[in-house]
Write a protein that binds this ligand. Structure first.
Ligand SMILES: [Zn+2]
Ligand SMILES: [Zn+2]
Length: 366
């Protein structure tokens, strides 16, 4: 076959025009998608294909925010499963259950419809944020003990209003983002347990993991990095996995461009406003901005942050007390000896909360 007359041939296949520059390599669309996919598939190879057709395969939960990263992860895992089904002995090594947690402010109806149409072979569920009261049975008691006697909860009100009142009682942007992220994790875990999933596949990019690592340390939650930013066992007996840890957010934005089916699914980020005062941003937002701006200049440094965090080992001791709210171990840093909040009902045994959670409490004690 005569060679094609190409201006800038792809360095891998040399058979198509290169469209993407990834890690200094000029790649065509197919080779770029293959490059991203090969690292994700390698991560997923820890789930072996079953020997027999009748053998059950594990259910894995993928929380989907309709951001670039989790949408790209779903696209790639869907392709991985298709690839397994196209083999001479077609069988999947895992099943995906996709969970969408509705944000408090916006409805994602269009994206939810588009994603089910684009990737129809998976199970989909959509729940509101306030269903944390349903999926975490101890949520009411936890909220009462955590918020303390000053916070008046009215259980006769709809869950949506109760959650809104609780969130409104938390004053700073950092604490609110911190508690939101803890509650979201608890909701996802509670859902995964009810749905019979054995692991949660988080769509965090390498940039997000680096930002999270820096933010968690700043908030006194460093001990949680063994599962908040590393592949490892969470305190609730479910594994947390981060299959996109090799890819930065900028690279995943390129991946989205290469996959037209993602155009109707991904909800664009709000552009960072220059008018927002830095003091009004949460530590999480500040760190994400920092990583995205500095990461462009020094990508290796950011990759190093998340790679180092992934090497952390969890404490092996089973009798270390853990925080009732976030599951983090207590007593790992100086000053973090665990704090006991008095119960509002006065009936339950008091729950211990970690230093990170106590810092974010409504009407935070100093
Ligand atoms: Zn190519
Ligand atoms: Zn905690």
């Amino acid at each position: 076959m005569p060679g094609k007359d190409l201006m800038h041939p792809c360095v891998d296949c040399k058979d198509a025009e290169s469209l993407f520059t990834v890690r200094k390599r000029q790649l065509c669309r197919d080779c770029f998608i293959h490059f991203v996919g090969s690292k994700v598939n390698r991560h997923m190879s820890k789930y072996p294909r079953p020997q027999n057709l009748e053998d059950p395969c594990p259910q894995l939960l993928l929380p989907l925010s309709f951001g670039v990263s989790s949408s790209s992860l779903l696209r790639q895992l869907d392709a991985d499963i298709q690839r397994q089904l196209n083999k001479p002995r077609p069988r999947k090594s895992y099943d995906l259950h996709i969970l969408v947690v509705d944000p408090l402010s916006a409805a994602y109806d269009q994206s939810y419809e588009a994603v089910q149409k684009a990737f129809p072979m998976h199970t989909y569920s959509r729940v509101p944020f306030h269903s944390v009261f349903d999926y975490v049975p101890e949520m009411q008691d936890l909220m009462w003990e955590y918020a303390g006697p000053q916070f008046a909860d009215d259980p006769s009100r709809p869950d949506q209003d109760r959650l809104a009142a609780f969130r409104a009682a938390i004053t700073t942007a950092t604490s609110q983002a911190d508690v939101d992220s803890v509650l979201l994790t608890r909701l996802v875990v509670g859902f995964a347990q009810k749905a019979g999933c054995e692991a949660v596949l988080w769509g965090d990019s390498d940039s997000r993991l680096a930002a999270k690592t820096l933010a968690e340390v700043a908030k006194g939650r460093g001990a949680a990095l063994t599962w908040r930013a590393s592949d490892g066992m969470s305190p609730w007996g479910l594994r947390f996995e981060y299959p996109l840890r090799d890819w930065s957010k900028v690279e995943l934005q390129q991946y989205k461009q290469a996959c037209p089916e993602l155009a109707d699914i991904v909800v664009p980020d709000n552009p960072p406003s220059d008018n927002v005062l830095t003091k009004n941003l949460s530590i999480d937002e500040l760190m994400m901005r920092y990583v995205l701006t500095q990461g462009e200049k020094y990508p290796g440094v950011m990759a190093n942050v998340s790679r180092t965090a992934n090497k952390l080992q969890a404490s092996s001791s089973d009798d270390t007390p853990s925080c009732g709210l976030c599951g983090n171990i207590i007593g790992n840093v100086k000053g973090n000896s665990g704090l006991t909040a008095s119960s509002q009902s006065g009936e339950r045994q008091d729950t211990q909360f970690c230093y990170g959670c106590m810092r974010s409490r409504p009407d935070s004690i100093s």
